[in-house]
Design a protein around this ligand. Sequence first.
Ligand code: NAD
Length: 387
Amino acid sequence: MVVEPRVKDFICTTAHPVGCAQNVKNQIEYVKSKGAVKSDNAPKKVLVIGASTGYGLASRIAVAFGYGADTLGVMFEKESNGRRTATAGFYNNRAFEEEAHKAGLYAKSINGDAFSVEIKEQVIETIKADMGKIDMIVYSLAAPRRTTPDGTKYTSVLKTVGEEYTNKTLVLKDNTITDAHITAANDDEINATIKVMGGEDWIDWMQALSDARVLADNVITVAYSYIGPKITFPIYAEGSIGQAKKDLYKSADIINEKFPNIKAKIAINKALVTQSSAAIPIVPLYITLLYKVMKEKGLHEGCIEQMQRLFMDKILDDTQVDDNGFIRMDDWEMRDDVQEVVAEHWDTVNNDNVKDIADIDGYWEDFYNMFGFKIDGVDYSADVDIM
Ligand code: NAD
């Protein structure tokens, strides 16, 4: 079948198997080009929860090809039924496993709901059978809903807290600027968002792994968050998702207190185009303005550059944290000289100048690349096996 992109709102409903594989190979080459980690303490057996796309996939690639680590991945992806393509994460994951095996690394993946008790048990059985003990856990889930062990279903929302909020946004279907009006979440919606994107499930994972005695004596676990500039505060840091992230920070403290052999860390990552961030109102416009400035200054990074830098330069060094104990991978994004220009452009951006001051092409390039499209060297006119 010849596979073409089919874009609907902020998602592409098709994915290209060869393009996704090439994307993964390119990320692996990037990590290899930077060299292996020098530390003897580098983790060797890593569990990545949310391993198939975005920051989780890049984390897995960084630890596998930077530390030489064996990896077990957990993801929630759809296989192809022969008529529709699989999801991008499915193809990414398969390509990752193939490349890891070629490099002599253990790599297995479990496709299912990471929030469930069953998948936690399956992971533990696999660790016991294949890995013995693990020494790092990356928690990189971005999910719209969660069913808790008692069977209750929660759906997260992307809303403000308190006041409603109106600001500019980029209409992705025609690249125009319009106003986005974001309503305030009610208490139930805030609580549901905390249930889905907060830290309760992260703690559950640590408890389950600890009870099963599959953790090494010194374990690092890391979860990701975003802070960003004032422009995005109402929708992100101070919005419903921000409340969930505050819960994630508290959960890191709980893990550190409860499990003496686990060091729980929070990395604040850069705003990037991923399947999750594309769904947040206002953020895509901020990202296009940010990309433009960071590219002009030679500071731009994608998921793999961020994660290579996190795992090779920062996470093993406990001194590389801010006053809150966070690892700041948004250090370049938040530089004054970057944010001053972005804020200026935010005030002036309109339909006439958006193409000049916002990196619309860069946004769409990243967007298509996520689904395996518009990747250099891939023949998109060729018939491909979508299974
Ligand atoms: P993403 O959508 O690219 O990846 C999400 C991953 O979670 C995928 O591997 C998916 O298969 C998996 N997943 C989702 N639901 C699951 C479930 N129920 N069971 C098992 N796996 C499941 O998202 P991302 O942008 O890489 O986000 C990862 C983390 O990074 C999130 O915590 C997010 O808040 C954070 N973060 C993202 C950005 C950004 O700009 N994208 C910036 C800073 C921090």
